[in-house]
Structure formats: C-alpha cells, structure tokens
Design a protein around this ligand. Structure first.
Ligand code: ZN
Length: 211
C-alpha cells in the first residue's frame, strides 16, 4: 500500500485529536444538525478546496463540485443539491466559484476531443458562442482564457437564477443572494465578479417564470 494512502487514516486520527483537544464536544455538537448559510458550487479541481480557501469550518458550507463549476439544468445531482440547500437548509448565499487556469474551460476553447467529457464541456462551449464577439476580439490567448473563465462563472450565476428552485424562493420573498467568484490559483485570492442577483427581474424576460 502506498505511503500516501496509508497516511490518510493516520492524518484523520490526528485531526480528530486536535479538534477534541480544543473542544471535547466538537463532534457531538456537529453531529446534531447542520445549518450552513452558504451553498458553494465550485470546480472539482484539487487545488480549489471550498472550505479551506474561505476559512470555513465544517458545518458552514454545503458543497457541490463538478468540472468547471457548471449549472446544467438536466443535472439531477446539481438540482438536488440546490433544492436541498435552498428549500431545506435555507441557505442565504449561493456562490459559483470558478478559477483561473481551469482545465475544463481551457478544453472548451480548443477543438481537441478528450473523450466522454466532451459532452459536458459542450455546455462551456455554449458560453463561448454567446460571447464570441467579445472573446474573439481579445488577441492575447491567456487574457482571452481568463475572460472566458469569468464569463463562464457569470453565465452559471444566471443559470442558477433561471432554475424554478431559485425563482420560487425569490417569489416567496426568501432571502437568497447568488454571487460569482473567480479564485486565482497563482495568488490564492478570490475576485468577486459582482454579478449579484436577488430577483428574477434581473433575468431576461423569456426566463421569468410566473409562479
Ligand atoms: Zn477547473
């Protein structure tokens, strides 16, 4: 068995001990319920660990991660997480957090086939198509890549707002803010894209559901 694998259980024991040394009731208290104020929709990339980069403790963030932090309306996994977070946990904030250097977005910029994931990445290609004029006008490839990442996050924020789940919450005057962030792999800092939505009137008319 590899050293890396063997260490995992050992690390877990050390982590439990350190938590208990600060508070002997730590796990007893946590096990009773969860009341996180935040749903995080992020990329699966191993370098963007949700809790760690925002200094959040267990119990504070409900998390959904997939390749390139996508909000795909036929994804039952995403819909179920969103429904539970909004309607049961009553989170007040949803953050879509992308990251510069995202491999999924990079793949969407190219014409290379990378297997079954091509079908997932196609959703990101749609974002390119919507913003083709702006993106094609950026000559520097890295700058274009960065902008594509930001636009992808922004589109996912809007896609969240288009769901019946979010629109229903807003119609019922439930407090629910949706934000778009991009994490910098090279700096560790987050950039807030300031695409904060809090009403379905922020959507194009065709998406506004009469609920
Ligand atoms: Zn990524």
């Amino acid at each position: 068995m590899s050293e890396f694998y063997r260490k995992l259980i050992e690390n877990n024991k050390k982590w439990v001990e350190s938590k208990l040394s600060n508070n002997p009731d730590y796990f007893v208290r946590l096990s009773k319920s969860q009341n996180p104020p935040l749903l995080w929709i992020g990329c699966s990339d191993s370098r963007v660990p949700a809790n760690e980069i925002i200094g959040a403790e267990p119990g504070e963030v409900f998390v959904h991660r997939n390749i390139a932090n996508m909000v795909v309306h036929s994804d039952m996994n995403m819909l179920s997480v969103l429904d539970y977070a909004v309607n049961i946990l009553k989170v007040k904030h949803v953050i879509v957090c992308g990251h510069y250097g995202c491999g999924g977005v990079k793949a969407a910029m190219s014409n290379d086939s990378v297997g079954i994931i091509d079908n997932w990445i196609r959703h990101i290609k749609d974002v390119y198509r919507f913003h083709k004029e702006e993106l094609d006008a950026i000559e520097d490839e890295n700058e274009r890549f960065n902008r594509f990442i930001e636009l992808n996050v922004t589109e996912q924020v809007y896609d969240l707002a288009k769901t019946s789940i979010v629109q229903t919450a807003w119609k019922n005057d439930q407090e629910l803010h949706i934000h778009g962030w991009v994490y910098g792999l090279k700096s560790g800092y987050i950039t807030d894209l300031k695409v904060n939505l809090s009403s379905n009137e922020d959507l194009d008319e065709v998406y506004q559901l009469k609920l």
